[in-house]
Design a protein around this ligand. Structure first.
Ligand code: KG4
Ligand code: ZN
Length: 331
């Protein structure tokens, strides 16, 4: 059995967690930075990097203490090495390098998207490769076939905005606050999803990709028209997102010869209940099992990085201490 420390700092969550290869989460410490960024209505990279730098060491100490583990007990140290805001990524990666050097333990440079992609396996021992993964976060919207650790076939991606980005921009337009996704979901609960006519970008298109930029512009126009309540725009926006995701999934799933038996969702937007409900229904239509990690594991956290580290370590994949942080790093 191996013990892995995982560090995450690619956006606005600073996190450290200790996970064992038998899927036990010994500890996970996390600090959000919402208060730092709220006044700006979005994440400010320079402020985020400074906050990561202040928070990272105390969080690591908390994670070690909560787990009752010393640095020497670890088998490897994993950190997000990209993609993300480069200042933040460097804080986590350089910290991991320093700990690896001081302790003589191997370093594992984790792709943040791989952290999301493998996270469902941390809580579901029966989730075997291959599986279909809808990865929906603040920076990404991709449909992948996960064949194994480090083996990803990208079947579809967004041609413009990520879906989380569309949620965040909608929240900003409607003045619902920051972070945007949960705020839009909450407002949508008291709105009418059929009240505002919004487009369904790429619905019915003869290609597998996603698009959300047109939806965001339509939300802006609806808001500026002064005709609609913010709750109704939020609900109509969410309904449009659900319909687009569902249509695009049907496009790809219906055309697959050897369809994997599980449909998995991961990334921050996977916390959205309307999207989860739709995915469960789509999975049922293809007799696929639906897997969604618990909400805390959907948004950025250290446990998913530690777990991806554990999977990579088991596959014999470690990295040299001069491995570079990468702002862009496709899976
Ligand atoms: O995976 P994540 O924590 O960070 C990235 O790697 O991007 O995803 C953050 C994104 C944000 O855009 C946030 O608004 C969105 O996930 N999000 C949600 C919900 N919770 C978080 N979007 C819709 N509904 C939610 N409940
Ligand atoms: Zn993420």
């Amino acid at each position: 059995m191996t013990l892995i420390l995982g560090l995450e700092s690619s956006c606005d969550e600073t996190a450290a967690a200790i996970v064992r290869s038998d899927r036990t989460i010994l500890s996970h410490a996390l600090a959000g930075q919402e208060d730092h960024h709220r006044a700006f209505g979005g994440v400010v990279p320079e402020i985020a990097a400074r906050a990561h730098s202040d928070l990272m060491m105390p969080l690591i100490e908390t994670a070690l203490a909560d787990a009752g583990v010393r640095l020497d007990d670890l088998d490897a140290i994993a950190a997000t090495a990209g993609p993300g805001l480069i200042g933040g990524v460097m804080v986590g990666l350089v910290t991991a390098k320093a700990l690896a050097m001081a302790s003589g333990k191997p370093l594992i440079a984790v792709n943040h998207l791989e952290g999301h992609a493998l996270s469902p396996r941390l809580v579901d021992p029966d989730l075997d490769f291959p599986y279909m993964l809808l990865l929906v976060s603040g920076g990404h919207c991709q449909l992948l076939r996960v064949r194994g650790v480090g083996q990803y076939d990208r079947l579809a991606t967004t041609i413009d905005d990520a879906v989380g980005e569309a949620f965040d921009k909608t929240a900003k337009i409607l003045g619902l606050g920051f972070p945007g996704g949960p705020a839009v979901e909450k407002a949508a609960l008291s709105g009418n999803g059929a009240a505002v006519p919004l487009p369904r970008p790429l619905k019915g298109a003869d290609e597998p990709h996603f698009s959300f930029a047109g939806l965001k512009s339509a939300v802006l126009r609806a808001h500026e028209s002064g005709q609609y309540r913010a709750e109704d725009i939020a609900a109509s926006f969410q309904a449009a997102v659900v319909e687009c995701l569902s249509d695009r999934l049907h496009y790809s799933l219906s055309r697959m010869d050897e369809r994997p038996t599980a449909l998995v969702v991961a990334g921050g937007v996977a916390a959205n209940m309307a999207i989860r409900a739709m995915l469960e229904q789509v999975a049922g239509q293809y007799a696929m099992r639906f897997c969604a990690p618990p909400l805390w594991l959907c948004t950025d956290n250290g446990a998913m990085i530690a777990w991806a580290g554990a999977e990579r370590f088991a596959a014999g994949l470690t990295d040299p201490l001069d491995v570079a942080a990468r702002p862009r790093w496709p899976l």
